[in-house]
Design a protein around this ligand. Structure first.
Ligand code: ADP
Ligand code: MG
Length: 284
């Protein structure tokens, strides 16, 4: 297949939306798989105690497996918990186990509690460089739906935010709050953070509503919204129960095609120059 361009330094994304069930995890694993199949070196960090991204990538994440919990709470090097995804060369995962559900509370009393994931990624990038290992081109962090310390760690670790938006009722509800929270993080903890990418998911072109939601999102975020829209597809929803992404489960399906196109667009356009909601320009 086509080879996607490699960025000059690792692009770190947080996949965020404070609503549950909007396609965050599905987008994380499928964009990651498509980027890896495009020839790039990709790491998925499962930062959700539910461990759905680990499951979807077929990664062992039963209790006791070295996981992102050990990295965030016990300073275990990220390299010690990363596992290769068997089905897709170039795709790796730092899994989440059920232990991570305690991390929100344990983090509260820790020093530099918002920076722990960022520091772990930074140390790992430097370690790979020293060891002469192939760098990661992309790091995608899958987040829980809440804005707790785990999500804040992801926002501090990332430079770019990818927001999946479900083309249904109330899609835009909560988005204003999410953008406000991103502004807060940007102001206090991570001046580089910006929404670079919006992906419309679970699109059903037969309904007027889906088309209206899509149009509204595109008119508000013309630069950020990816051209390719992810259709509602049974193949996409079936794949995780086989420990697979849709790209390996049914690579010829419309869902696989859409995620491949979205990933290619993300890779090709690089980080966008965006304007934040107070009118200041933000250059990457
Ligand atoms: P989140 O991580 O935001 O909670 P998920 O990615 O887990 O959301 O998606 C929620 C549910 O919707 C899952 O059961 C998933 O399989 C399903 N789903 C996600 N995207 C699609 C799609 N494009 N078509 C059909 N089902 C989808
Ligand atoms: Mg999820």
């Amino acid at each position: 297949g086509a080879v996607f361009p490699s960025p000059s330094e690792p692009r770190v994304f947080t996949i965020a939306n404070q609503k549950g069930g909007v396609g965050k995890t599905t987008t994380t694993v499928n964009v990651a798989a498509a980027l890896a199949m495009g020839g790039l070196n990709v790491l998925v960090i499962d930062n959700d105690p539910q461990g759905n991204a680990s499951t979807a990538l077929g990664i062992d994440h039963h209790s006791g497996v070295p996981s992102i919990y050990d990295v965030i709470i016990d300073d275990v090097p990220l390299g010690d918990v990363i596992q290769p995804c068997e089905a897709v060369p170039g795709l790796f995962c730092a899994p989440a186990t059920i232990d991570l559900s305690g991390a929100e509370i344990e983090l509260v009393s820790m020093v530099a509690r918002e920076n722990r994931l960022r520091n772990a990624i930074r140390d790992h990038v430097l370690w790979r460089e020293r060891e002469g290992l192939k760098p990661f081109d992309y790091v995608l962090i899958d987040c829980p739906p809440s804005l707790g310390l785990l999500t804040i760690n992801a926002f501090v670790a990332a430079r770019e935010v990818l927001i999946p938006i479900q083309c249904e009722y109330y899609a835009l509800e909560g988005l204003t709050q999410l953008l406000k929270n991103i502004e807060l993080i940007r102001g206090h903890l991570n001046p580089d953070l910006h929404v670079s990418t919006i992906l419309l998911t679970m699109f059903d072109g037969r309904t007027n509503l889906a088309r209206e939601v899509a149009e509204e999102v595109r008119s508000h975020f013309p630069d950020e919204t990816i051209e390719s829209t992810i259709p509602r597809s049974v193949r996409i929803s079936e794949a995780p129960s086989y420990g697979q992404t849709v790209l390996t489960y049914d690579g010829g399906s419309t869902g696989a095609l859409a995620y491949r196109e979205a990933a290619q667009e993300i890779a090709e356009r690089g980080a966008l120059t965006t304007t934040d909601h107070q009118g200041r320009g933000q250059q990457n």
